[in-house]
Design a protein around this ligand. Structure first.
Ligand code: FMN
Length: 200
């Protein structure tokens, strides 16, 4: 049985390409693994707190020494970490906003990054502890960033690959609906994105 977690972070609701692409990826995963469960987390539907000094300090207090108030302050983080660790396959909708990922997705990343829980430090440096996962990223962008002149500004895919890899999620594949605002490309962008989906 595969547990699928689908994260959404678009502000564009029904018109969102990263959500549509994420859904298409989920469908293909479900075809491959008929025995599955699907959990969806729309990050823009919830008020994700930014990290603040108190929360950061609390992250480093051993669990058995936390006060009730401290426990409450990291409840969201604890919940998303638990949800992530329980998943086998994670589909991350990553729309490109202002050259990077949406702030809600960055906030989620800040909350799943917990020393001693999702990463640690070994003799040879950092060790990711979120292992054995398959991650698919559903990217969508107005411009083209996988090749051509836009490639120098391709920050999202390398960032997600590097950072989620740091946490142990090294098996990551990016599918892109790109050029959605580029005449001559936008007409085929969606079709190309869907055709590129390969579940391995
Ligand atoms: C606030 C905002 C910022 C954007 N910034 C960029 C950008 O920097 N580069 C780009 O190529 N497209 C940009 N776009 C276009 C989006 O990448 C495009 O609309 C894409 O479909 C977003 O994914 P979504 O449909 O899932 O929301 C931006 C769109 C919005 C709404």
């Amino acid at each position: 049985m595969k547990r699928i977690l689908h994260l959404k972070s678009s502000l564009q609701g029904k018109g969102s390409y990263s959500i549509k692409l994420g859904n298409a990826i989920v469908e293909r995963i479900q075809e491959k693994y008929p025995d599955n469960t699907l959990e969806e987390l729309n990050l823009v539907d919830i008020e994700i707190p930014h990290l603040n000094p108190d929360v950061l300090r609390t992250f480093f207090i051993p669990g058995d020494q936390l006060t009730v108030a401290e426990k409450e302050s990291i409840r969201f983080s604890d919940e998303v970490v638990k949800q992530l660790l329980a998943a086998d396959i994670i589909v991350i909708g990553a729309p490109l906003y202002n050259f990077t990922i949406p702030t809600s997705l960055k906030a989620w990343i800040d909350h799943i990054t917990r020393a001693g829980i999702t990463f640690g430090y070994g003799e040879n440096g950092p060790v990711g502890m979120v292992t054995g996962k398959k991650v698919y990223v559903a990217m969508s962008s107005g411009g083209v960033f996988s090749e051509g002149p836009g490639k120098v500004n391709d920050f999202v895919a390398p960032y997600l690959k590097a950072f989620l890899g740091f946490l142990g999620m090294t098996d990551l594949t990016v599918f892109r609906a790109e050029g959605l605002k580029v005449p001559g490309v936008k007409e085929y962008a969606w079709e190309r994105a869907v055709e590129s989906i390969e579940i391995n």
